[in-house]
Design a protein around this ligand. Structure first.
Ligand code: FMN
Length: 402
């Protein structure tokens, strides 16, 4: 029995909405408390009266109906649940979620939540296979949204293929899996992730930088969050969107990154994925440096930046229990990474070869070697999202054993 875990069920406007009535019934039989949002389109398929009768609660539909004091606001609705489930999740709702739109109660609640989200897509096979839906699906997965189905079979429209909403009992079992105690093994732990490059100003308009995109660090922050860790991301300049539920601080320089890390509190886990510049200008110019009349180039005097990984690895009461550094190397990867592990005092090193021909820096995939006290693991090439998921699982195993 689910001992009163609370599900916020969002019923979208698809034929499969009729199955959601059975889903409510099954969830309640299992001991879940179910509260429902019925979209306007959803109400074309099932009536608010049926949903209210089966859920034993008021049905929520309109964003602006919630403004009276007696009602729960959309923020409360999104927080007052252990899990948000969109079933059926229409192509339209998936697109709005992927875009971060908040144009009705369902979308606003999904955007405002800090709770895990499960979607059960249901739509015509062509809609499901459309490039736009594939894009939205991968964005949602990257954002940490869990997905069940759709199943293949004959559809209400007469076509055949994937698009049928997963059966209510399959959705119940996915919900149970997501809410099982082991499903969020990092719950109660705090994680710090650094990501992206740093920009070290030369003068007000120029800077020293590197080719890091931040993709790997952002994916790690999202993966740790989805395993339940309260996650803080300190990011250098990056075009990546802040992962949902992750507190993100944006900084520019290595000094600012260190300050943001030290100011963010105490952590159990630190993953230093940022490609922090080793040097900054010893004396940055407050005015744009002009070309000289004699044709001589200016001599830039560099000074070493603070070492964030080394600082966070220092022994002491505030040291995170697990400190992980990244080693981006172009030569002698194994030797340099092992040396870095010893020199920095961190626990693990994630080493990758960032030679231009690997396409790793700025790319979507990565081939990593995980160095720990026990030895080296060579992981196969995978997407940065998969690397992040595997690493988060490894971190969870470390805490399960310690
Ligand atoms: C008869 C009918 C059936 C529909 N079935 C689906 C469906 O199964 N899946 C889907 O994604 N959209 C379906 N649609 C389109 C959605 O209802 C429409 O995109 C709507 O804007 C979705 O709104 P919502 O996401 O807020 O519920 C259907 C529309 C009609 C008229």
């Amino acid at each position: 029995m689910a001992s009163g875990k609370r599900i916020l069920l969002i019923i979208g406007g698809g034929i499969a909405a009729y199955k959601s009535l059975d889903l409510i019934r099954k969830l309640r039989t299992e001991g879940f408390r179910v509260r429902c949002i019925l979209t306007r389109a959803g109400a074309q398929f099932v009536t608010p009266l049926s949903v209210a009768s089966l859920s034993g609660d008021k049905v929520y539909s309109e964003l602006f109906d919630l403004m009276s004091e007696a009602e729960m606001g959309h923020i409360e609705l999104s927080r007052d649940a252990d899990l948000l489930v969109a079933a059926p999740a229409t192509a339209d709702l998936m697109a709005r979620m992927a875009q971060g739109l908040a144009d009705d109660l369902a979308a606003t609640t999904l955007l405002a939540t800090d709770k895990p989200v499960l979607i059960a897509p249901a739509m015509n096979v062509r809609m499901w296979e459309h490039a736009a839906t594939r894009r939205n699906l991968s964005t949602l997965r990257r954002d940490g949204v869990a997905v069940i189905g759709p199943n293949a079979g004959e559809m209400a429209c007469g076509e055949f293929g994937p698009g049928r909403m997963a059966e209510p009992e399959e959705i119940v079992s996915a919900i149970k899996g997501l809410l099982a105690p082991g499903a969020r093994p990092l719950a109660g732990l705090r994680a710090l992730v650094t990501s992206g490059p740093t920009h070290e100003p030369i003068d007000p308009v120029r800077y020293i930088a590197n080719r890091s995109s931040g993709k790997q660090g952002y994916a790690i922050a999202a993966a740790l969050r989805s395993l339940g860790a309260e996650t803080v991301l300190v990011s250098g300049p990056s075009g990546e969107a802040a992962p949902p539920g992750v507190k993100t601080h944006r900084v520019e320089t290595a000094c600012q990154m260190l300050e943001a890390c030290l100011g963010a509190g105490q952590f159990d886990i630190a993953v230093c994925a940022a490609a922090v510049a080793d040097w900054r200008l010893a004396d940055q110019s407050s005015r744009k440096i002009k070309k000289r009349a004699d044709g001589r180039a200016p001599a830039l005097q560099l000074t070493e930046n603070p070492d964030i990984l080394h600082t966070l690895s220092q022994p002491g009461a505030t040291r995170p229990r697990l400190v992980i550094g990244f080693a981006a190397e172009t030569d002698d990867l194994g030797v340099n990474a092992r040396r870095k592990l010893e020199k920095k005092g961190c626990d693990w090193i994630v080493a990758n070869d960032v030679s231009p021909e690997t396409g790793i820096m700025g790319g979507d995939s990565n081939t990593i070697h995980l160095l720990t006290a026990e030895g080296v693991e060579d992981w196969p090439a995978m997407s940065k999202t998969e690397v992040a998921r595997h690493l988060a699982q490894r971190i969870a195993s470390f805490f399960a054993q310690s």
